[in-house]
Structures are given as structure tokens and as C-alpha cells.
Design a binder for this molecule. Structure first.
Ligand code: 1GP
Length: 240
């Protein structure tokens, strides 16, 4: 079964999906075995690998190590073309549709084609929507784009709908890694109401309550990075 059909099947069966985000830039190679062992014992269903700024070659080595210790699907969540590696199972082919920088709407994608052609990666076209959160995020800085205002819900909904109409297979609502607040449940549910494709939500989720709130509002797959990085007990707390 493909990664995408598994995500869709999980939604039909009301299974909640959770991706742990590993940023190769912040992760030492010799800690991977311990991290992945904890992920295997947790409720996580996917591992995402990526970061806004990662040195060339580092992602490949980290993904190789992750794959050694898990059978969970490993999906690239790349900040740049240099993070593409055939060692993973799939790739979020992200179009930053909240921004107006052509490089992140189509430019990087064209650049990546010859690299992707040499891989077996499952490509998942994803409309990536950055929502303002009170502080500047790495995505904002690196992509040189502005996030959408969280007070203009209709604009966020219309952006997600436009992504779906363009043929995206997934929509990802992003508050930014380490965001002060997660995306508000009202925004998640407003977007979910108009979508018939899976909805990913991430950024700033640090507690089981916030995780549950995101699912309740309509998130199909939640992404958590910082909470796992800063609190190893977070894995255990999610089971309680
Ligand atoms: C960032 O959505 C992800 O791209 C995860 O964010 O690190 O805040 O969990 P956190």
C-alpha cells in the first residue's frame, strides 16, 4: 500500500496519525537509535525528516540510521532540494502556497526533478500554508515570505481550497517549528470543512491536550518535533 492510500484508509477508519519530526540539523547521529526506539514504542505512525537549514549530505546519513531501527514510513519534509535522498520512503513535495515567492511555489520543484527521477520516493504534492504565530519562523526567514494572518480565517480557507483545486493531495497547516501557540482549532475545523483531501497540522503542539484539540478540530495527521526534542517523557505522556 502506498503512503498516501494508507493515510486515506486511516481517515476512513478514524485512526489518528502522528508524525514525529526529526530535524537532521539538531540531531546527533549517535542519538538516533535511542530516539527511534522511543518512537517505535510510542503512538507515532510516521517519521518526518527535514529542517529549514540542513547541510548537504546530512539528511541522507540520518535517514539511513533511522531506517535501520524502524519499519514506520519515513517521509522527507525538505527545506531544500539538497535534502532529497532515496533512503526515505516518500517526500512531501511542498508548495508554499501561503507565500508569493516563485522559488517555493514552483522553482525548487523544477530544480528537484532530475534528482527525484533517480529515486523511488513516493511524491506527495502538498499545499503548505504558514500561519502567523506572533514570532518570525525559520520558514518565513528562509523562504522570504509572509505567513497568513490568523485573524483572516476566510483567507486561510480559500488558500487551502485553492491548493486542493490545483491538485494537491495534502494540505499542511503550519504554525512553525517551536511556535508559541499551535494553530487554533477554529482554523483547523474551518479548513477541514471545505477539504476532501487529508489535512496535516503542525507547529507548537506541546501537550496531549493540544494534540487532542487538533484531532478534534479535524486534523488527520499531526506533526510534533520540538516537544519530543525537549522532553523525552513526552512519548510516555501521550500514552496516558
Ligand atoms: C514544524 O510542524 C512542525 O514544521 C513541528 O513543529 O517543532 O513546534 O512541533 P514543532
Amino acid at each position: 500500500m502506498t503512503i498516501y492510500s494508507h493515510i486515506k484508509k486511516s481517515i476512513v477508519e478514524s485512526e489518528r496519525l502522528l508524525a514525529v519530526l526529526i530535524d537532521p540539523d539538531k540531531t546527533e547521529l549517535d542519538t538516533i537509535e535511542g530516539i527511534v526506539t522511543k518512537i517505535n514504542q510510542s503512538i507515532a505512525t510516521h517519521i518526518f525528516v527535514g529542517g529549514s537549514e540542513v547541510d548537504e549530505g546530512v539528511t541522507e546519513v540520518i535517514v539511513q540510521a533511522i531506517k535501520r531501527y524502524t519499519t514506520l514510513p519515513v517521509i522527507l519534509f525538505p527545506g531544500d532540494v539538497t535534502q532529497i535522498t532515496d533512503e526515505a520512503d516518500g517526500i512531501l513535495f511542498l508548495s508554499l502556497i501561503s507565500g508569493r515567492n516563485p522559488d517555493y511555489l514552483i522553482g525548487k520543484h523544477v530544480e528537484s526533478v532530475s534528482k527525484l527521477a533517480k529515486t523511488q520516493l513516493e511524491v506527495l504534492p502538498t499545499g503548505y500554508i504558514l500561519i502567523e504565530n506572533g514570532k518570525q519562523t525559520a520558514v518565513e526567514r528562509v523562504s522570504n515570505t509572509s505567513p497568513l494572518s490568523r485573524s483572516n480565517k476566510q483567507h486561510i480557507v480559500d488558500t487551502a481550497k485553492a491548493g486542493a483545486l490545483l491538485g494537491m493531495q495534502l494540505i499542511y497547516l503550519e504554525a512553525g517549528s517551536g511556535a508559541t501557540h499551535p494553530i487554533e482549532p477554529e482554523i483547523i475545523s474551518a479548513v477541514k470543512n471545505i477539504l476532501n483531501i487529508p489535512l496535516i497540522v503542525g507547529g507548537g503542539i506541546r501537550s496531549k491536550t493540544e494534540l487532542e484539540a487538533a484531532y478534534k478540530a479535524g486534523a488527520d495527521l499531526v506533526v510534533i518535533g520540538t516537544a519530543f526534542e525537549t522532553n523525552q517523557l513526552f512519548f510516555e505522556q501521550l500514552k496516558l
